[in-house]
Design a protein around this ligand. Structure first.
Ligand SMILES: *[C@@H]1O[C@H](CO)[C@@H](O)[C@H](O)[C@H]1NC(C)=O
Ligand SMILES: *[C@@H]1O[C@H](CO)[C@@H](O)[C@H](O)[C@H]1NC(C)=O
Ligand SMILES: *[C@@H]1O[C@H](CO)[C@@H](O)[C@H](O)[C@H]1NC(C)=O
Length: 974
């Protein structure tokens, strides 16, 4: 019974509702639905506050009624801070013609029920957080003219049903995650004016049917993955103003049909894979203002002429394979061309004089081509120039003084050319100049005082020229200077104190010059300074205390100077990441405050006069990868707390007076690549734990007082290149496990008390090349004949042992050998004939039992067995031989040393190029392993702004991203 009553009640209520709805012509039912919609929104700014039952709906915020107030026609709640979902109840507001909910924080999906709004003409939901797909029900909105739902998180396809929206004028789906193909049905949209598909993941080709969109004016599909050929049918879109297909995968050639687009003002095909020549017919596009064909594979010559394209303002053809020179009739009189970017092609010839008629040019970029010859004096006809980029060409001659007439110039890039002569003093007229890049030329003379008039300068890079003389005294006038890169010149004299007034300076690179004097106290003002490299100069004196005020210092390289005194002014900064003071005359203790630089990764203090111990606080430097304290007067044991140095890759303490035992924790450092404790007073044994460092490349413990045996575990160091245990008190036999160190190319165990025989397993170390030195031990037994397998070996020293038996003939196979020492053993018999070229000294002291050249022949030896007598002639002969061979040796040594020296120079130069923190010159480049190479790049100060980077950032801010569709039209089409 109850349920029957209930149904009656429901029926009654429903009927009442219908009656009410019908009986309230002022839209009372709309108000109900709107109130329900309101209840779904989160409205933090109270925009919907006046939506309440007491008031008439036509006064509600965002609601617009028809003229007779009989129904609502528009709902505009854009940019109202609304959150939450779009309620499906919108479907009931069937009188609506416009819904604008753009620029809110709406989430959820687009309700399919919106398809019921059969009067809807504009649906604007862009700039929200909507998800899901486009509901196909929207295709029922047959009156829809504007559909803008971009800048959401919508996914799925651009549905084919969209073709049914035959009244559509604007379809804007940009900045979403739509994928799949553009449907063929797009061509059914005969009235379409704006089609914006930018920044999605669309793929496939553009359908030929696009030619059906006869009224299309703006078409943007950039930043997708659309490919194939650009359809020729686009040429039928006669109304087209804007065509932006940049950053897709279009291939094939540019269709000639594009030249039919007589209304085209903007054409952007940047960043595709288009090839072939640029169709000459494009010169018919006389309305064209912006043309970007850069970053494709286009070839042939520049066929586009400003003389035809009279309205052209921007032309970029960079990053192609264009050849030939710029046509002399390129520029029209009264040309309005303001951006011309031809960078990174294969263009050649002299500076194109024809360009000087493009007097409106503001930005001219010819960089990365093969242009040569002199810069024309008439350059100053381009008086509007703000950016002149001629870098990476082969321009010669001097910088013309007329450059000073280009008073609008902001960026002047002449780097990487072959310019010579001095900087013209007229440069001082360039008051707006911000970036001056002259690096990698052959410029000389002094840096003109007038340069300090260029008060807008922020970046100056003169790296790799031959500038000489002193820095201008007034350099402090460059108040905006952030980067001063003068490395690798021939500058001399002191740093002018006024440099300290360049308070914005962040990077100062004066390395590789002939500068001298001490650092001026005014450095205290350089509080922004982050990188300072002064290496390879003759700076002297103590560091000013005030350096400690430079809290932003991160990378400091003062190496190879004559600085003295304490380094405490550099200690204690949080930001320090790399400090290199190698090769100076610093003294005193290493300040424990350095441990406050928690991010320190490199610390190199080698070749100074530091005393005292390694501060135990250094254990806190967990990021430290490179610690080089070698060649100082440091003492004491290695504190247990140093075990905190978990990330050490290089630990170099050679040539100090450290004592105590080698700590076992060194074996636990996973990344350890180089451990050099040589030339100290370490005692105790070689810890077996060292065998636990899988990445160890070099282990040198030579010249200490280590005793005990060589641990078997060293055989686990399978990456090891160098093992040097020379001159200790090691005893026992050579562990055969060393055969597992298959990468060894240098093995020195000499000057110990090793006994037993030479393990034949050593013969499997086929990479041994630099030396195998087992001399001055007590090794006995025979020389394993398998040693003849070490075919790469260049030096073999087995002298001063107790080796017996014959010299195996197999050793004769060691064809790379150029130093051999078997002297002072008990060897006997015939020397392999290939050894006849080695000096006597290689073999003497073997109980006179060895024979064959260079010693006596074996038959002679028989005759002289008892007394080793020589005839006078023999003595003379041998003397001659000794003199001769030692002369030869001296010359060879001299040659080798010259080579080494040259190499060393190369090494230091190339290393400084990759970072200015050269690897230790003594040991050369062998110790540069993976990680260091990487950090070397990180350190690259060659050109603080690399040309490439610069180029990209340049393009970014000059053109490619700034001129987007949204800039060209009043409203952003999303
Ligand atoms: C949508 O936004 C509302 C309000 O900010 C929030 O409470 C809700 O969790 C969101 N829903 C989703 C699916 O993110
Ligand atoms: C520049 O324009 C002038 C006047 O039209 C013309 O005489 C001259 O030849 C042009 N210069 C170059 C280098 O094309
Ligand atoms: C341009 O520079 C040259 C050389 O510096 C100078 O002689 C000439 O007067 C300058 N022209 C103008 C218009 O400033």
């Amino acid at each position: 019974m109850g349920s029957v009553h209930l149904s009656y009640l429901l029926l009654f209520l429903t009927t009442l509702g219908v009656v009410l709805a019908v009986s309230s012509p002022d839209g009372a039912s709309d108000s109900n639905w709107l109130l329900r919609i309101k209840s779904k929104f989160v409205d933090p700014y109270g925009v919907l506050e006046n939506w309440s039952e007491g008031t008439t709906i036509c006064t509600w915020n965002g609601v617009a009624c028809s003229d007779d107030h009989s129904h609502i026609v528009r709902l505009n709640l854009s940019a109202s801070g609304l959150e939450g979902p779009i309620s499906p109840e919108f479907a009931h507001l069937t009188s609506l013609r416009v819904i604008d909910l753009s620029g809110n924080f709406l989430n959820g999906t687009i309700p399919p029920a919106l398809g019921e709004l059969h009067n809807l003409e504009e649906l604007l939901l862009f700039s929200n957080f909507l998800t899901g797909e486009i509901p196909s029900e929207l295709s029922r909105l047959r009156k829809l003219q504007v559909l803008r739902i971009g800048a959401n998180m919508l996914t799925g396809q651009v549905i084919p049903e969209i073709g049914e929206l035959s009244e559509l004028r604007v379809l804007a789906l940009a900045y979403c995650q739509f994928s799949g193909k553009i449907p063929n049905e797009i061509g059914d949209l005969k009235h379409l004016i704006n089609l914006d598909l930018q920044q999605n993941s669309l793929s496939g080709p553009i359908p030929e049917s696009i030619g059906g969109c006869k009224n299309l004016q703006n078409f943007a599909a950039s930043n997708n993955r659309i490919g194939g050929h650009i359809p020729a049918s686009i040429g039928q879109l006669e109304s087209l103003n804007i065509l932006n297909l940049a950053n897709n995968s279009f291939s094939g050639s540019i269709p000639v049909e594009l030249s039919h687009l007589s209304n085209l003002k903007y054409l952007n095909l940047f960043g595709n894979e288009l090839d072939g020549e640029i169709p000459f017919e494009l010169n018919q596009l006389v309305q064209l203002e912006t043309l970007d064909l850069s970053n494709n594979n286009l070839s042939g010559t520049i066929s586009l002429l400003n003389t035809y394209l009279k309205n052209l303002e921007t032309l970029s053809l960079s990053g192609n394979f264009l050849t030939g020179s710029i046509p002399s009739n390129f520029c029209a009189r009264g040309s309005s061309l303001s951006l011309l970017i031809l960078a990174d092609n294969k263009l050649l010839g002299n500076f194109p004089l024809g360009l000087l008629n493009c007097t409106s040019l503001r930005q001219l970029d010819l960089s990365g081509n093969n242009f040569g010859g002199m810069l024309p004096r008439g350059l100053d006809r381009l008086e509007s120039l703000t950016d002149l980029l001629l870098n990476n060409n082969s321009f010669t001659g001097t910088i013309p003084p007329e450059i000073g007439n280009l008073t609008n110039l902001e960026d002047l890039y002449l780097f990487h050319n072959m310019l010579s002569g001095g900087i013209p003093v007229e440069i001082g007229k360039l008051q707006r100049l911000r970036e001056l890049y002259l690096y990698e030329n052959q410029l000389s003379g002094s840096i003109p005082r007038e340069l300090t008039n260029c008060s807008s300068l922020t970046c100056v890079d003169f790296f790799g020229n031959q500038f000489s003389g002193s820095l201008p005294d007034a350099i402090g006038r460059l108040k905006n200077l952030e980067i001063l890169q003068l490395r690798q010149n021939e500058l001399s004299g002191p740093i002018p104190p006024s440099l300290g007034y360049c308070r914005k300076l962040q990077k100062l690179a004066l390395a590789d010059n002939k500068l001298s004097g001490s650092l001026p106290p005014t450095f205290r003002f350089l509080s922004e300074l982050d990188l300072i490299t002064l290496y390879n100069n003759s700076f002297s004196g103590p560091l000013p205390e005030s350096l400690s005020l430079l809290k932003n210092l991160s990378k400091v390289n003062f190496s190879h100077n004559k600085f003295s005194g304490s380094i405490s002014p550099l200690a204690g900064s949080n930001s320090l990441t790399a400090l290199d003071l190698t090769n100076n005359s610093f003294s005193g203790p290493i300040p424990s405050e350095l441990s406050l630089s928690k991010n320190l990764t490199r610390l190199r203090l080698a070749n100074n006069f530091f005393t005292g111990e390694i501060p135990s606080e250094f254990g806190q430097l967990e990021e430290l990868r490179f610690l080089d304290l070698s060649f100082n007067n440091l003492t004491g044991d290695l504190a247990p707390s140093l075990a905190g140095l978990k990330n050490l890759g290089h630990f170099l303490l050679s040539s100090n007076q450290f004592t105590g035992e080698i700590p076992t924790w060194l074996g636990g450092i996973e990344g350890l690549g180089e451990l050099d404790l040589s030339f100290n007073n370490f005692t105790g044994t070689v810890p077996a734990e060292l065998g636990n460092s899988p990445k160890l490349l070099k282990l040198s413990l030579s010249y200490n007082t280590l005793s005990g045996t060589i641990p078997q575990e060293l055989g686990n160091l399978t990456s090891l290149n160098v093992l040097n245990l020379q001159r200790n008190n090691l005893s026992g036999s050579i562990p055969s496990t060393l055969q597992k160190c298959q990468k060894l190319y240098e093995l020195r165990l000499s000057e110990n008390n090793l006994t037993g025989s030479i393990p034949f397993e050593i013969s499997s170390l086929s990479e041994l090349q630099v030396i195998l030195d087992l001399s001055k031990n007590h090794l006995s037994g025979g020389i394993p004949s398998s040693l003849g397998n070490l075919v790469k070996l260049e030096r073999l020293n087995l002298s001063f042992n107790e080796l017996q038996g014959k010299v195996p003939q197999s050793l004769g196979k060691l064809s790379s050998l150029h130093r051999l020492n078997l002297s002072y053993n008990h060897l006997q018999g015939q020397i392999p004939s290939t050894f006849s070229g080695f000096p006597l000294s290689s073999f003497i002291g073997n109980d006179h039992k060895l024979c064959g050249p260079p010693l006596l022949t074996c038959s002679e030896l028989k005759g002289h067995e008892r007394i080793w007598q020589l005839s006078k002639a023999g003595v003379v002969g041998i003397t001659v031989a000794i003199v001769f061979t030692s002369t030869v040796i001296c010359m060879v040594l001299l040659y080798i040393m010259l080579r080494l020296w040259c190499n060393w120079k190369k090494v230091t130069i190339s290393c400084s190029e990759t970072g200015g923190f050269e690897s230790k010159s003594r040991e050369g480049e062998n110790w540069v392993y993976g990680e260091e190479i990487k950090s070397g790049q990180y350190w690259n100060t060659t050109s603080i702004v690399s040309s490439k980077e610069k180029q990209i950032s340049k393009e970014t801010c000059m053109f490619h991203y700034s001129v987007s569709l949204s800039d060209s039209t009043e409203k952003p089409l999303v």
